[in-house]
Design a protein around this ligand. Structure first.
Ligand code: GLN
Ligand code: ZN
Length: 766
């Protein structure tokens, strides 16, 4: 019999089997960062920048195809940010930006501002360390489609022979993440206006030859909109009813869809992506509505760097097989959040290396799992065996468990928080420190001058040794102390010249962490960070900051603050082990910081600041999980700060002024002095704190360090007088709103001179 008919149930054959939701775009060696910054500096022109971008896209697609993916995301490239791209797509740039004629420069003006145009705000992308540009939706915004970018990237990929799947941000997520301005209603209320634009876009993509389109709706896993399931069903029923459209794949990530999953499945969309890493197995608990849908199962962690346990992942995939029409394998989210590849990491030991998986390696994990689904697990036996070995090696590595740390932690936690009541502490600290009312201080760092950067580069290049470098940094400390004395500040700092980064500096000195050589990830725009990897139990071998603090203290009779980074911030800005609860890891870091505070105190340091700028960043996406998080986060901070006597003053610094849901937690930190970013909304911040019964000292930033502008004396004095209406002089500190490391020496000197003068003026008025 010839031409045997295929009678296998077509329904179970997935239209694609292996994909990822998006990929990094800064370039394996940050080529896009460099080119963009050169364009901004006027050193290359648009066509040169565009050529770098096109080259990166081409290489990315080629690598994804070669890696074994059979559907490849395109339009995940961005010159700055995907939400800003979506604002352009939907004609939603604010009027002040539309005055810039050139589209390229208009785009960058929205992101970064110009001399005349203030930029749009930027904020964190869900609970990641990526930041997106917040679209402003005023009453005068008229949406309109500008699909040039996505269409041209689709064509470009097709010309390269790529099985391309354009990716766009969905209308619900776009509006939910936008902010209303000029008295406009909540942007989400304009959802129905966007639906016809998306239908138009779908049809244009179909006409351009797209078989599939991926529409990202991460907001559906959060409580940001009140009724995600209903919005999802309404919107996607409408989009899927369009004729002449590509198949629709709605991608969600960073959590479980809950009720929005059956709601989406009831619409006519062809595929739904679920994050089985953040959402857990319950992310697809018995949803009969999925029977007609392709389930794109995000089993490979897209945002952490651990190698996938292939055997376990395969088990999870097998369990899903009956629950949907077909199953495809994917990363849990875009791999934007992890470094490109392990290749350049030559300094890792073999064990450590075998536990890791960066962007390229994750693609291969997806491809292996998909092959196992298509051909049976025996087809990838060798790969599974290798994964088993890596998982076993990680589990049994002695560096993962430090009995000493665990025992000490247990006994300290059992003994409870030993600090006395706030009032007693205040009395003892006053008697020790003799500070005036309205004490003046700074947040820690002073300008990272050219000399500092030169010395760091010379150290890296081997031109100077550690001894020489330390000498240079001490000279810098001495000059910063001298400056502060001349200015007449009351509580001094050493200026942090020796620190490249407030987390990396500690990670490099603690056991349980290691640093990558080239593990860059995009933080925002052209800005990249290289988060340390926290892989094992954390412990401190020896004091980390004591010499710097005591050296600075030896140069002055005024108190010098010891300066530490808090446990939650160290956790938030690292890649963190996934084999124990975050709370346990936070406590281990806290113990190391606590040991440092005890050593600082013993060395005669009377004031210690433990910075927690990231406290709000790790807040879970669902309200029901927030209380638990805040309780362990506050616990870790208190563990890190409660080893010192009542006479030692604990400061903390937080980098935001809209406290929202963390306001109660800030009071619970129980620091003696809290400095906060408040230059823009002084009174509100203090009123918010008063409303939760906060009764410790507070330093609402009296000027904005994010701008080069020097604040006038009268202006600062005015802001202090306003603050005094909410907080008595005995509890009010005077400081800038954040560290000064990004500013120039002259601006800083002039600003602080005015800050001290304004304080003297206001003191004399009482
Ligand atoms: N102490 C740090 C500094 O002054 C705090 C930085 C921050 O808040 N992000 O630089
Ligand atoms: Zn700050």
């Amino acid at each position: 019999m010839e031409g045997r008919l295929v009678t296998a149930p077509q329904l179970s054959i997935a239209p694609f089997t292996a994909t990822i939701l998006g990929s990094p775009r800064i370039g394996p060696n940050r080529e896009l960062k460099r080119a963009t910054e050169r364009y901004w500096a006027g050193r290359i022109d648009q066509s040169e920048l565009a050529a770098v971008a096109a080259g990166l896209r081409r290489d990315t697609w080629a690598a994804l195809a070669a890696g074994g993916l059979d559907s490849i995301p395109v339009n995940t490239f961005s010159y700055y940010d995907q939400i800003l791209d979506t604002a352009v797509l939907l004609g939603a740039l604010p009027p002040r930006v539309k005055t810039v004629a050139d589209p390229f420069d208009r785009y960058f003006a929205a992101a970064r501002g110009t001399d005349e145009i203030p930029p749009l705000e930027m904020t964190k992308w869900f609970d990641t360390n990526y930041h997106y540009i917040v679209p402003e939706i005023g009453p005068d915004i008229e949406f309109g489609l500008s699909p040039e970018k996505v269409l041209s990237e689709l064509t470009e990929a097709q010309e390269q022979g790529i099985s391309a799947r354009p990716v766009i941000i969905g209308p619900i997520t776009f509006l939910a993440l936008s902010k209303p301005v000029d008295g406009a209603a909540a942007p989400i209320e304009r959802l129905d206006e966007l639906v016809p634009l998306y239908i138009d876009l779908l049809q244009q993509l179909s006409a351009a030859g797209a078989q599939w389109v991926q529409i990202d709706e991460p907001v559906l896993v959060t409580d940001i909109v009140a009724n995600p399931a209903e919005l999802a069903e309404r919107t996607y029923a409408a989009l899927s009813a369009a004729t002449e459209r590509p198949s629709i794949f709605v991608a969600t990530y960073f959590g479980a869809l809950d009720a929005a999953l059956p709601a989406l499945a009831r619409t006519g969309v062809e595929a739904i992506g679920v994050d089985l890493v953040a959402g857990g197995d319950n992310a697809v608990a018995a949803v009969p509505e999925l029977a007609g849908t392709l389930l794109v199962a995000g089993v490979v962690d897209g945002r952490n760097i651990w190698r996938t346990d292939l055997r376990a992942a395969l088990g999870r995939l097998a369990a899903l097989l009956g629950s949907a029409k077909a199953v495809a394998v994917s990363t849990s989210c875009s791999t934007l959040h992890v470094p490109y590849t392990l290749d350049p990491e030559t300094e890792l030991d073999d064990a450590l290396r075998s536990w890791l998986s960066f962007g390229v390696e994750k693609v291969s994990e997806v491809a292996i799992l998909a092959r196992a689904l298509r051909e049976g697990p025996q087809a990838v036996e060798a790969e599974i065996a290798s994964s088993d070995r890596a998982i076993a090696s990680r589990k049994s590595d002695p560096r993962l468990r430090n009995g000493d740390v665990r025992a000490r932690l247990q006994s300290i936690l059992a003994a409870g928080d030993g600090r006395g009541p706030a009032e007693t502490r205040r009395e003892q600290q006053n008697a020790r420190l003799h500070l005036p009312d309205l004490p003046t201080t700074t947040i820690g760092s002073y300008p990272q001058t050219t000399e500092i950067r030169k010395a760091r580069a010379a150290l890296r290049a081997g031109e100077i040794d550690q001894v020489e470098y330390t000498k240079d940094m001490r000279a810098e400390v001495a000059s910063v102390i001298k400056l502060q004395e001349e200015l007449g500040l009351d509580v001094l700092v050493h200026g942090e010249p020796e620190r490249n980064d407030m987390v990396q500096y500690f990670a490099e000195q603690l056991d349980g962490f290691f640093a990558t050589q080239n593990g860059w990830v995009q933080s925002y725009g052209s800005r990249c960070v290289r988060p340390p990897i926290l892989f094992g139990d954390v412990s401190r071998q020896k004091p980390m900051t004591v010499e710097w603090a005591t050296y600075a203290q030896s140069l002055t009779h005024k108190p010098v603050k010891g300066m530490l980074t808090g446990p939650v911030t160290i956790l938030a800005w690292s890649f963190v082990r996934d084999d124990q609860p975050l709370a346990d890891t936070a406590n281990q870091i806290a113990l190391a910081i606590r040991d440092e505070t005890v050593d600082l105190e013993a060395a005669g340091i009377a004031i210690i600041q433990v910075d927690e700028p990231a406290l709000r960043e790790l807040l879970p996406l669902r309200s029901k999980d927030k209380g638990d998080y805040l309780s362990w986060a506050v616990g870790a901070f208190r563990l890190s700060t409660s080893g010192v006597s009542d006479a030692t003053q604990i400061h903390t610094h937080l980098c935001y002024s809209e406290f929202g849901e963390v306001i109660g937690a800030i009071a619970d930190l129980d620091a003696d002095v809290t400095s906060i970013e408040a230059a823009r909304s002084h009174m509100e911040v203090l009123d918010d704190l008063n409303a939760v019964g906060f009764s410790s000292s507070v330093g609402p930033g009296v000027y904005d360090i994010h701008s080069p502008r020097v604040p006038g004396t009268a202006e600062i004095a005015e802001s202090l007088r306003a603050a005094l209406k909410a907080v008595p002089a005995q509890r009010l500190w005077v400081n800038p709103d954040c560290g000064l490391k990004t500013r120039g020496v002259d601006e800083v000197t002039a600003s602080l001179r005015n800050l001290v003068a304004a304080t003297a003026q206001v003191r004399s008025e009482s």
